[in-house]
Design a protein. Sequence first.
Length: 528
Amino acid sequence: MLRLLNPSGFPVAALLIVGVLCALAWAKSQDPFVRSSFSIRSGTGGSVEAVAVFSKPVSRRPVVVYLHDAGIDLEGSGLRLRQLAELGLAAVGMEYDQANQVAFDRQFSALLAQVQKQCWAQSNAVAWFGHGSGAQRLLRFASTHGQQQPQLMICLEGGQSADWVQSPMPSVSAAHQSGTGPPAILEKLGNAAAERGVAHCRVLLVHSRGGDRYSAEECERLARMLDAQNVPVDLCILEGQAHNFGEHQDLVFRQVSEDAALRLGGNVGPSKVPGAARWPYWIPLLAVGVVVGCGWWRKGRLALAADEPWSKPAKALLVLALCVALVAVGDTALHLILPRCAISGPVRGAAREWLLLPEWREGFDWLSADEGWRGKPLRELLDHVELASLQRKHFYTNLDAGIYREFILSPRMGQSGAGEWGWRRQFWETFYPRVRMLKAPVEAARTLVAFLRERVTVTQGRSPAEGIVTTWRDGVTDDSGFEQIYVAALRSVGIAARLGRQGQTELWTGVEWVTAPQPLLKHGFPLS
């Protein structure tokens, strides 16, 4: 037994292996999503890979079948599937045939049949979502498979192009001459809807006007023909946007996902996963550690019994090492325990003396004088002082001290209420990497608000959240809540910001106060 517990062999390897396995188990438990890969057979002898992504816990939920654009594979569409899954949807993607419509039809039909059998699929709430070439494949499939229809069909950047006519199909030239080009496809889609009567499949068409790949006019024509056939259709043409909406692509996709979630009965904010206890995953490592420790302790006792008594220099060195260890433990405890204490007079004095750099003390004294801090954890106050000082000169070379204190350092948005003030560190870690290379406040705010809107849904008629931290966690708020979290995000990266008289965010350019940029889409698509 003692031979097996040799420190150079079994114990070290066992601790490392068990530690890695425990860490992997813990990390997997913290992942809020389930990814289920499966293969489907389309009747042609081959198989197609597909994946479903949805949030924990596993339960029946609305399904969105997503088809990526040309030039992208299933792995490349992982981010889009995750965005859909964040809103309480089961997002399904497949590696479909991008060259042959007949083969695609078989694959897609097999996928739909497979999805209906899944325990997580809500069969009466299904959407088809096509992007670019994926949207064109869906339109063709819908025009020839009138008996199959979802509750919602979304076409993003799926306008007609020369590719529509020239894509490989059986007897391409004959098919084009016999009426399978764009006009005939549109007519078939409308006729398929007419044969079903008043279709319950709502169609959402989202397209850019300004790109040079697909035609927005053909998308408008499709909307008119569907409307003439009593198909409920919503059309959104975003003017002046490049193909795939350029820098606004993620925001447009977020809005499409929100629209699908609302129509199918999903969430309007990120899914909330109940927190799981972490300690059970470390029990195996603890058990191995106990066994190894007992072995080492026993070997140590046997070795000490055979050795001569310690000399005075050895004992002195041991005492010195213990004293240094006690000092290190005390300093560590000071930095770990004190910041967790509620703010009071003694705690504030100890923090000023032991935890602050000299250049931080002026800002600490000013900020801690606000009575709104009473009862809050000290670490929240320290985060504001430290990170605001770090960002003070990033966007402004010579910023007035009053503006710095009121509109960067302070977490207070107004005079009423203390709210939730523990947002600084999380926001700085989230937003600063996206603007760290920018020096103009307005340009940085434009980048920041686009990402903020991708993360937070703005809905009308929703009562304001309890505070900024709750709004960020829930991922949904109203107009006033969005402006407050916008101000907080700007301050976290060092941009002086405030709420204007009309409740809209304003920022300091270094010369004057101006209205902060707003996202391309705030409340939803401008439907025509």
